[in-house]
Design a protein around this ligand. Structure first.
Ligand code: ZN
Length: 308
């Protein structure tokens, strides 16, 4: 009966009779592929699942052609996490963490102030070399990643946002449910319903309350499709469904890109990087692919860069 294949998609929707838009993201294979490249402790895997699903939800709510990047930097056991999503729907990510802090059966408090410590979260839109890069940065404020993002939107974008995140490292499923109150200023103003401020606030509150009734288990239940979940939540008010978009893991590293990076190092630095086999081995942090360069390859890439 139930399809056991968990989808990899973002499903946009809006709530009837309210100025509320949303995104539901569910990741199965794509999340498994991100974890498959690494051997993260369970807590780190969970955080990666939550961050990946959240990044995909936020990316889909933005108009951009290129790359959307969410990156955290902090002083706790998990010191850095990054996820990027292209406008084509490919995503990747990785985390840096202090292995000693996760060794053995040590109990880790998973609240953001403990696991990530203090630091910031950066939202970046990169649409290519000839365009202006947009970046918003905010302090990590909140007990969870969802709370940190909510506070960013409230403070920096004046955009009321509610986010629910879930990730299960055993079944390799991650999900994000996000709703946003459409602002009454800006480009989308003509798409708003004409509600009084009180009606507007009331319908937003109702949408948030309904959303908070969704459990983590439901979000990750492979027997419920994205549409099942949204109808279950918002059938009384009515929910409008837009075209969904498939998501998948894909790294964008290449020998060419790694070469360009190596070419920017000095000859001395490159000599220091050599292995006993007289190779320089560069590993992509996202997908763990190794790129090896011998002396001939290095001479070639240095020659290329000096001709420029
Ligand atoms: Zn890679």
């Amino acid at each position: 009966m139930a399809d056991t294949q968990f989808s990899n998609e973002v499903q946009p929707f809006s709530i009837e009779g309210a100025n509320v838009r949303g995104r539901l993201v569910r990741l199965g294979q794509a999340y498994g592929d991100i974890l498959g490249q690494h051997d993260y402790p369970g807590t780190v895997s969970t955080l990666m699942g939550e961050l990946t699903a959240m990044t995909a939800a936020l990316a889909d709510s933005l108009k951009y052609d290129g790359l959307f990047i969410l990156q955290t930097q902090s002083d706790g056991p998990v010191s850095m996490m990054v996820v990027d999503v292209t406008s084509q729907g490919t995503l990747r990510g990785y985390a840096r963490y202090d292995e000693d802090r996760f060794s053995g059966d040590r109990e880790i408090d998973t609240a953001v102030p403990h696991i990530m410590g203090s630091g910031h979260i950066a939202f970046t839109v990169d649409q290519g070399p000839d365009t202006e890069r947009y970046q918003g940065i905010t302090a990590l404020e909140g007990a969870s990643l969802a709370e940190c993002a909510q506070s960013y939107f409230r403070q920096s974008e004046q955009l009321e946002t509610a986010i629910l995140l879930a990730a299960d490292t055993t079944s390799k499923r991650a999900a994000a449910l996000m709703i946003q109150k459409m602002p009454d200023t800006g480009e989308r103003v003509e798409q708003r319903l004409k509600l009084t401020p009180e009606e507007d606030d009331e319908s937003w509150r109702e949408a948030v309350i309904l959303m908070s009734s969704m459990t983590r288990e439901e979000l990750l239940d492979p027997g419920l499709s994205s549409l099942d979940l949204l109808y279950r939540l918002y059938h009384e008010t009515g929910v409008r469904i837009y075209e969904n978009k498939p998501l998948k893991f894909q790294c964008r590293c290449s020998e060419e890109k790694i070469s360009a990076t190596l070419a920017s190092f000095s000859a001395e630095d490159l000599a220091d990087m050599k292995t006993a086999e007289n190779l320089i081995v560069a590993t992509c942090e996202f997908c763990r692919t190794e790129y090896a360069f011998d002396d001939d390859a290095l001479a070639a890439l240095r020659g290329q860069s000096s001709q420029k």
